[in-house]
Write a protein of this length. Structure first.
Length: 304
């Protein structure tokens, strides 16, 4: 669960295996082989960017958390996917489970939609027993084509990440009511302006939601390249817990690659370089890492 320490070497099946089973169904070019943050759909002269994410009680938010913060996080995490494509938000459809705090949820929803200029287009309401599961579909309009993908990294590119990693982890662990990092967990900030600035320049880009190491491995895999990362360069909130900070997730920063001699237009830290594919996808310092090393958060179950 995202509310607890979630890594350590193990054999697992679940999210990744299920997605693999769906790839044959996702044959439309807009799906990008289910290997990206969002779908990119060209209709006439318009390029739409579409994404859908869910958040679950006990995984992405606390049972007693302010419903206004839950609404914010639901929309903001989806907006982060649009940011990774350099898209401008257009509208949202939401799925909401009725229960305690519905008025507060509506207040938080109005706040985040107004903040980022998103129209509420519709959705669905249900009532169910047990932990709540909420979903949102966000529609955006591309500000640059081709729309950045995870798959474009090239040898010689430099690897960057925005912001400081591990803030959401520290916010949750420190107690959301009395912690300087609490808002990083409860109200993440989607980097829409930064994504739009980067879109014309990057060779590859995605948002960091499941941990820097896992998402770097995913980008390397999509690009069929080797990523060489230097751990001393990782921008972390707590250097004494740097390993936790780059695996825990919930950061919603942007991970991207830039060609040589291309200036970075936004505040970001260079953390490594791209090399032609060798026997591994991800090196950190002198060690090869794979998903079996529990690089970050994955929705998995134990095999057997």
């Amino acid at each position: 669960m995202r509310l607890a320490k979630r890594y350590g070497r193990t054999t697992l099946s679940g999210e990744s295996a299920f997605i693999d089973s769906l790839r044959a169904l996702a044959s439309h070019p807009a799906a990008r082989g289910l290997d990206d943050d969002a779908a990119v759909l060209e209709i006439g002269h318009e390029t739409l960017v579409l994404t859908h994410d869910s958040i679950v009680e006990g995984v992405h938010f606390l049972p007693d958390q302010d419903p206004a913060d839950i609404a914010w996080k639901l929309i903001a995490t989806n907006l982060s996917d649009l940011a990774a494509k350099g898209a401008e938000p257009v509208g949202a459809l939401i799925s909401h489970q009725l229960g305690g705090g519905d008025d507060r949820f509506a207040e938080g929803l109005a706040e985040v939609l107004q903040k980022y200029g998103v129209a509420l287009l519709g959705g669905d309401t249900t009532r169910a027993n047990g932990p709540r599961s909420l979903g949102a579909t966000l529609v955006g309009s591309a500000t640059h084509t081709p729309v950045p993908a995870r798959s474009g990294a090239k040898p010689g590119d430099r690897i960057f990440v925005t912001g400081t990693l591990g803030r959401a982890m520290l916010g949750l662990e420190g107690g959301l009511a009395e912690n300087a990092y609490a808002s990083a967990y409860t109200r993440p900030v989607p980097l829409l302006a930064e994504g739009q600035q980067l879109a014309p320049l990057v060779s590859a880009m995605m948002d960091v939601s499941d941990g820097l190491l896992l998402d770097a491995w995913r980008m390397a895999k999509a690009s069929n390249m080797t990523f060489q990362l230097i751990s001393q360069t990782f921008p972390v909130a707590d250097p004494a817990r740097a390993d936790d900070c780059v695996r825990w997730g919930d950061d919603y920063e942007l991970l991207f690659t830039l060609p040589p001699r291309t200036a970075c237009p936004v505040p970001a830290t260079q953390i490594g370089k791209v090399e032609a594919k060798d026997s591994a996808l991800l090196w950190v310092d002198n060690a090869i890492l794979t998903p079996a090393d529990r690089l970050g958060y994955r929705h998995e179950r134990s095999a057997g």
